[in-house]
Design a protein around this ligand. Structure first.
Ligand code: PEP
Ligand code: MG
Length: 458
């Protein structure tokens, strides 16, 4: 009734009530994901949290359909990364589907078919029958060396959040981990846990990724990700998130730094540190002081720690992107977070289904900004990676390389398609594409450029 009251102040109170409801449900010990799937069910719901996605992924769930969310909402990214098809933003679907109905789901194209015809069911069965060959083809592509047709090397790394993804990192031959999201360590908890949990998580990741680099990102809690003590904020994406929270929560930050430095000490030369949601130079200065203090403490306690761990920032806030030349001297690398950069640049909530049409990471303004970041990085001689979802679109990945991006990082499931396309190109193909995209005024024009470029290539 509050939501429908037509009074904005009253409607806003809904957030507080929903929060109290959630806390009561949890305090009552009712597991939100207590549903057990016996037959490989598809779960249709209003909204599923990232935490529930991962819990349900261990319960033989074969697909998710949710009314809320956009393609880059965190729950959708997680579902894809553990290989479960998900259709998000399916407004009104709860009313259309009754329990125990047979439905077909196409996670790639965002299609749901209720009570499918025998023809559709047959197509789905054929699709499944062809999967073994498709996987074989993907493995063949990934075994090839990552070089363009004219002999230029390119680098594809993996975005990882859960240990469950490491099999795909290995089988699709990612050259290390370009983004290790660390929030998952506490996804199933209400409190930040012990440092030992973190050390074993990082240790497992490092020992299962050969000698490759691993970029560990500090906790990026807030937004639509886990928050230890839930705090109701009007605009969580613009709020107490990432490094902002960590610098206020000194103990949480120190504990994570300790865990990372101790783990890095056991695997010399492999770990890099990445900072989320940086918006001011002062945040980097304060963080460096925290790192120095942490190192000194560890040395005094007799731990072997590395002299220096490369420090990078997520470039995901427009003000940082625009002033990136001031940040370059302070850090060792940039990692462009296109998921957030898009939502802040276009003022479009990445998880809001109502406006998902406006959320497009390939928007012309994004290309202009990425071009500038890459140019500044080159001038300062530091690498610039892209770890947002934009890198997992094969043509966009080619365009990023054309702009001079040093490496691409993506959920491992996307590696085969991206690599397959990049192997067919030359440096000049990348450059031509990047040049054409820079002329575009509207997203439709970018899409046409993408389409024509790919068409000419084949
Ligand atoms: C991003 O913002 O592009 C990113 C990679 O980080 P996350 O999706 O975890 O916010
Ligand atoms: Mg981000």
């Amino acid at each position: 009734r509050l939501a429908d009251s037509g009074n904005a102040v009253m409607a806003d109170r809904m957030i507080d009530l929903a929060d109290i409801r959630n806390q009561l449900v949890e305090a009552a010990g009712t597991k939100t994901a207590s549903f057990v799937s016996k037959n490989g069910d598809i779960l249709v719901s209003d909204e599923i949290s990232p935490r529930e996605v991962i819990q349900l992924s261990h319960q033989n769930i074969k697909g998710f359909v949710m009314e809320q969310g956009g393609n880059t909402s965190h729950a959708a990214i997680i579902a894809r990364s553990v290989g479960i098809p998900a259709v998000v933003g399916a407004k009104g679907i709860m009313k259309q589907i009754e329990n125990q109905r047979i439905i077909c789901l196409d996670g790639e194209r965002g299609l749901v078919s209720i009570n499918p015809s025998p023809h559709t069911r047959k197509r789905v069965e054929q699709f499944y029958a062809g999967q073994t060959q498709i996987l074989q083809d993907k493995l063949d592509i990934c075994r090839k060396e990552s070089v363009t047709k004219d002999g230029e090397a390119f680098v594809i790394r993996a975005n990882v959040e859960f240990l469950e993804e490491l099999d795909n990192v290995r089988q699709f031959k990612a050259e290390g981990i370009g983004l290790l999201r660390t929030e998952s360590i506490y996804l199933n908890r209400e409190q930040f846990g012990s440092m030992q949990d973190q050390i074993s998580f990082y240790g497992e990741i490092l020992s299962k990724t050969d000698e490759d680099p691993v970029v560990i990102r500090l906790f990026d809690v807030g937004g639509d990700k886990f928050q230890g003590a839930r705090i109701a904020e009007q605009n969580p994406f613009l709020g107490w998130r990432g490094i902002r929270m960590l610098l206020d929560e000194h103990n949480v930050l120190q504990e994570q730094l300790r865990a990372i430095l101790i783990s890095a000490g056991k695997h010399p030369g492999r770990v890099k540190l990445l900072v989320p949601m940086v918006s001011t130079l002062n945040e980097i200065k304060e963080l460096k002081e925290e790192i120095t203090k942490c190192r000194q403490d560890l040395i005094e306690e007799g731990f072997s720690v590395e002299e220096k761990i490369p420090l990078g920032i997520m470039v995901e806030i427009p003000s940082v992107a625009i002033q990136v030349e001031h940040f370059a001297p302070e850090v060792d690398f940039f990692s462009i977070g296109t998921n957030d950069l898009t939502q802040y640049l276009l003022a479009v909530d990445r998880g809001n289904a109502l406006i998902s049409k406006l959320y497009n990471q390939a928007h012309p303004s994004m290309w202009r900004l990425i071009d500038y970041i890459a140019e500044v990085a080159k001038k300062h001689g530091i690498p610039v990676d892209v770890c947002g979802e934009l890198a997992s679109n094969p043509v966009a990945a080619a365009c990023l390389l054309g702009l001079g991006v040093s490496s691409l990082s993506m959920s491992p499931v996307h590696i085969p398609a991206v690599k397959a396309l990049l192997l067919k190109c030359t440096q000049s193909d990348f450059k031509k594409l990047a040049k054409s995209v820079q002329q575009c005024k509207e997203i439709d024009e970018v899409e046409t450029v993408f389409y024509n470029w790919k068409d000419n290539l084949i």
